[in-house]
Ligand binder design. Structure first.
Ligand code: R2B
Ligand code: URA
Length: 309
């Protein structure tokens, strides 16, 4: 069974679940929010940009960074975690919302179902959602930022397989091409690092699933690994991570304009271990953040802002 991309009438988030309407209350358990306990339209109704990422610390730093970059009130002050009552997700508000989603498809799926329902309950309109994260590069310089045009699975197919009641449902993983181009154009203006558009391969594992030779179990040779990675490169893959297919599929079906922007921590054609120093990795991880902050400034008509770090 294949599901096609959703259409969002009036810019609203498109929820495709008839059961939700008959629920007296919707408890967003992992976000520690609920439709009765919280006034979600008042708390979130004006949200236009949502940025999601794997690590709570990184997302807090990002929210603080955006607060400074956009010149918002409270810049420099501690930001409260809106999901403080949950030890599963953290969420910060600084103009844009920036929740963290943990590692891998099951983790981001849970967060996205609740986040998308949150945007729906809050009656948000015309929301742009961006995943910022890290990845392994393929034939590109470490530190390069990849803007995903299409997320592909480990057979290089643009699909996400979700098992529903024991059946495999195939979902499209196309992302918004215009948004990807807009982000690339923005990077041309501000970035002092390489940025490119390419396919992103999403796997269910960091080690065997990404063809690493440094895992606890390994059944393939170095030649086989390189042959697989070169085939991925020839299919257009420029980086590898662990959430993009589920992110693209869910956001697409719910009518959200979505993008994936990940920095490459290494070139997987050259090795498997991440050897760069903490300082270098920290600076790499700020690159997608700097790009997105500049993009939001541009969208809000705030104009360029000197060096972005
Ligand atoms: C990128 O980095 C994480 C694994 O280290 C994973 O969440 C991903 O997609
Ligand atoms: N994240 C991944 O999923 N793979 C890498 O190689 C680096 C970061």
């Amino acid at each position: 069974m294949t599901e096609t991309t959703g259409y969002s009438g009036g810019g609203f988030v498109h929820i495709k679940n008839p059961h939700l309407d008959s629920m007296e209350e919707d408890i967003l358990y992992h976000l520690d929010l609920g439709t009765k306990t919280h006034n979600l339209p008042a708390m979130f109704g004006d949200i236009k940009f949502v940025c999601v990422g794997g690590s709570p610390n990184r997302m807090r730093a990002f929210a603080q960074f955006v607060q400074r970059e956009l010149g918002l009130a409270g810049a420099g002050e501690e930001l409260p975690d809106i999901c403080a009552g949950s030890d599963r997700c953290a969420m910060y508000r600084a103009g844009p919302g920036s929740p963290s989603h943990g590692m891998g498809i099951p983790s981001i799926s849970i967060m996205l179902h609740e986040l998308i329902k949150l945007l729906h309950h809050a009656k948000c309109r015309d929301v742009t959602i961006i995943r910022i994260g890290t990845s392994g590069g393929l034939g590109i310089e470490a530190g390069s930022v990849v803007i995903t045009d299409t997320a592909v699975d480990s057979s290089f197919q643009p699909r996400f397989e979700q098992v529903v009641l024991g059946d495999v449902v195939l979902r499209s993983t196309e992302l918004d091409k215009d948004l990807a181009e807009e982000l690339l154009a923005c990077s041309r203006e501000i970035a002092d690092f390489p940025t490119l558009i390419g396919h992103t391969m999403c796997t269910y594992d960091f080690y065997e699933g990404q063809g690493r030779l440094d895992s606890a179990l390994c059944s393939f040779s170095s030649e086989k690994k390189l042959e697989y990675l070169r085939r991925a490169y020839d299919a257009g893959v420029r980086n590898i991570e662990m959430e993009s297919t589920a992110f693209a599929a869910l956001c697409g079906l719910c009518g959200l304009k979505a993008a994936v922007v990940c920095v490459a921590l290494l070139d997987r054609l050259e090795g498997d271990q991440i050897r760069a120093s903490h300082e270098v990795l920290w600076e790499y991880q700020q690159r997608p953040q700097r790009l997105i902050a500049a993009f939001i400034r541009q969208r809000l008509g705030l104009g360029p802002k000197g060096p972005t770090h």
